[in-house]
Design a protein around this ligand. Structure first.
Ligand code: AMP
Length: 423
């Protein structure tokens, strides 16, 4: 066992990168405040059955990718591969269906899938997602899509493309399923092994296949869009009206089915042109039967989940995420006698919300100044020598090189003034 390596498909997030994560998370939280979603934190593991029933036995997630284990009490548990099922479970457990609807919730946290690791695909990855319960309105779907779109835009990813489709409901999907099975029946030989299996169990997923042999049939395949029942048809039309109204450009992708079984009517995905094979930045849709499947009263729902790793990758491709946060002040000491005063100055600066740093390795003054430059601190304060004994410090602006001698009594004010902060 390699004690110095994180398990395959997982990774550490170190301070400069964690900074970028926080920026994304803060933006997500701010948007949720504006769109009126409240935070929910659910356990990282749930009863296995919750996922197998809701996500679907035949899906890749449930059939191949779950981290499932038996605990010491012989319960079958699974590390959550996604959060919608958990949020539905919590909605029912806490009787949120008795609250005024829609109930709007969001989450940020790790998910676990035993996937083949590659760029943008991990076994522990992170999602930000929202779920809204209790309304069938296509306007709610449009609002949810708008929220996701705003996240990408405000983070600096303007060229993210939105694809939408409708996967129908329990009335129009079964006859379409049969139609699809009929269409592929005489073409079975030419389908990939996965799709040959899907043909019997979940033929809609054939439309999701990336293999050229399967895709070659897509030109003639009957689409769900042409086979929606009147209710789903007008819901989809209203969704598109809502998107146009919000000035959100989109493309109808008749082959968008998404890899989870619980979707009904609206499905959507955000694609980045910069991410190659793992181009899906996030997606979601409506799940009007899921609450019932999980044992609750019939309750419509709608939501999305976006992958934080993918956002970071896309930002890196844009060259937008290199910035590392610099301290505002570096406090250097000319001699060891000044160190206790250095610590007090750090304490007082931090109390004024100034980020600051000192040396802890006994570096020479020269090495400290080099360190201050490398950290890109805006100001350096030097304590020690004759000035220190006279109750003074040197304050240096690192950009202009200008230096001032400042009385120690007023050093905090001088720093704040130089940082253009309120004194
Ligand atoms: P899904 O829950 O499969 O609809 O995925 C929603 C989003 O989560 C995707 O668009 C990706 O951005 C992200 N995602 C899904 N699986 C992974 C993974 N294995 N590693 C990293 N991100 C993922």
């Amino acid at each position: 066992m390699l004690l110095t390596r994180a398990p395959r498909g997982t990774r550490d997030i170190l301070p400069p990168e964690a900074e970028k994560w926080r920026r994304i998370e803060e933006k997500a939280r701010e948007l949720c405040r504006l769109y009126r979603y409240g935070e929910i934190r659910t356990p990282l593991f749930e009863h296995t059955e919750l996922f197998s029933r809701s996500v679907g036995e035949e899906t890749d997630i449930v059939s191949k990718e779950m981290y499932t284990f038996e605990d010491r009490g012989k319960r079958r548990l699974t590390l959550r591969p996604e959060s919608t099922a958990s949020v539905v479970r919590a909605y029912l457990e806490h009787n949120l269906n008795a609250a005024p609807q829609p109930v709007k919730l969001y989450y940020i946290g790790p998910m676990f899938r035993y996937d083949r690791p590659q760029a943008g695909r991990y076994r522990q990855f992170h999602q930000f997602g929202v779920e809204a319960f209790g309304s069938q309105s296509p306007a709610l779907d449009a609002e949810i899509i708008h929220l996701a779109d705003q996240l990408y835009r405000q983070l600096g990813l303007p060229d993210v493309a939105l694809e939408v489709n409708s996967v129908g409901c329990r009335r129009c999907r079964p006859p379409y399923r049969e139609k699809l099975q009929g269409f592929f029946r005489e073409k079975l030989e030419s389908l990939c092994p996965d799709c040959r299996q899907r043909h019997g169990t979940n033929p809609l997923r054939i439309l999701d296949c990336k293999e050229e042999t399967c895709r070659s049939h897509f030109r003639e395949v009957p689409t769900l869009g042409d086979n929606l029942c009147p209710e789903c048809g007008s819901h989809f039309a209203a969704l598109q009206e809502g998107l146009k109204n919000l000035n959100l450009p989109y493309r109808v992708n008749p082959f968008l089915v998404r890899g989870l079984d619980y979707y009904t009517k609206t499905v959507f995905e955000f694609i980045s042109p910069r991410l190659g094979a793992q181009s899906s930045l996030g997606g979601g849709g409506r799940y009007d039967d899921l609450v019932e499947v999980c044992g609750g009263p019939p309750t419509p729902g709608s939501g999305f989940a976006v992958g934080l790793e993918r956002i970071l990758l896309a930002l890196e491709e844009e060259g937008l995420s290199k910035e590392e946060e610099a301290p505002e002040v570096y406090v250097a000491s000319i001699d060891a006698g000044a160190l206790p005063r250095v610590d007090l100055l750090l304490r007082d600066l931090r109390a004024k919300k100034v980020s600051c740093e000192r040396d802890f390795l006994g570096r020479s003054l020269k090495a400290q100044l080099k360190q201050a430059g490398r950290s890109r601190a805006r100001l350096t304060v030097l304590l020690g020598g004759d000035e220190f004994r006279e109750g003074k410090a040197l304050l240096k602006d690192m950009a202009t090189g200008e230096q001032d001698t400042v009385s120690l009594d007023s050093i905090i004010d001088a720093v704040l003034d130089n940082l253009d902060r309120e004194v």
